[in-house]
Design a protein around this ligand. Sequence first.
Ligand code: URA
Length: 195
Amino acid sequence: MTCPSCACDKTFPKIVVSRGNPRARLMLIGEAPGAKENDTGESFVGRSGKLLDTLLEQAGINPVEDVFFCNLVKCRPPNNRKPTMPELLLARPWLDQQIHLVDPLIMGLVGSTAVNALLGIKSSISNLRGSWQHLEGRLVMPLFHPSYLLRKPSKESGSPFSLTCDDLLSIRRKLSSFKMNNVDEIFGTNSSSFQ
Ligand code: URA
């Protein structure tokens, strides 16, 4: 049997679709499920996901109510390798469908694979983070991958860790400003804990 998500050759592929609120206004898109995600069937639940949840909470974003988490590809590539271009291309319609259905106002692209795949920009996260990008009418923020932050734990000002905290705060402020401008009423979306 061939995996319908990425055409990898697994007899019983484990498909990891998402985690969080499908009506959230923030969608975080990572690269691919890791081992823990593969075991549990939910996106971003391993060490990286736990760190991401903590940073989101610190920024005032509720990871359960305010975020929909998913990945470029829905099944774990062997040996933790990056998804190949054919896998990315095959999985893309599924991701596009998720974006269409969730209809987020903001997308956070978690790590350089997600940034390269969705924005088509081959530049480092250090160069791209901190400034809003646009994709098909949505605001997009490139973010350091939490697995990178786990490898670079310094919290000093200017460190990837502290820059990521800044970026999540920018996202939270933008979500709050949408709320104040009644975007929910205009677009008929809703469901977050923002005031
Ligand atoms: N890394 C990702 O990019 N996605 C996950 O779901 C977990 C780890």
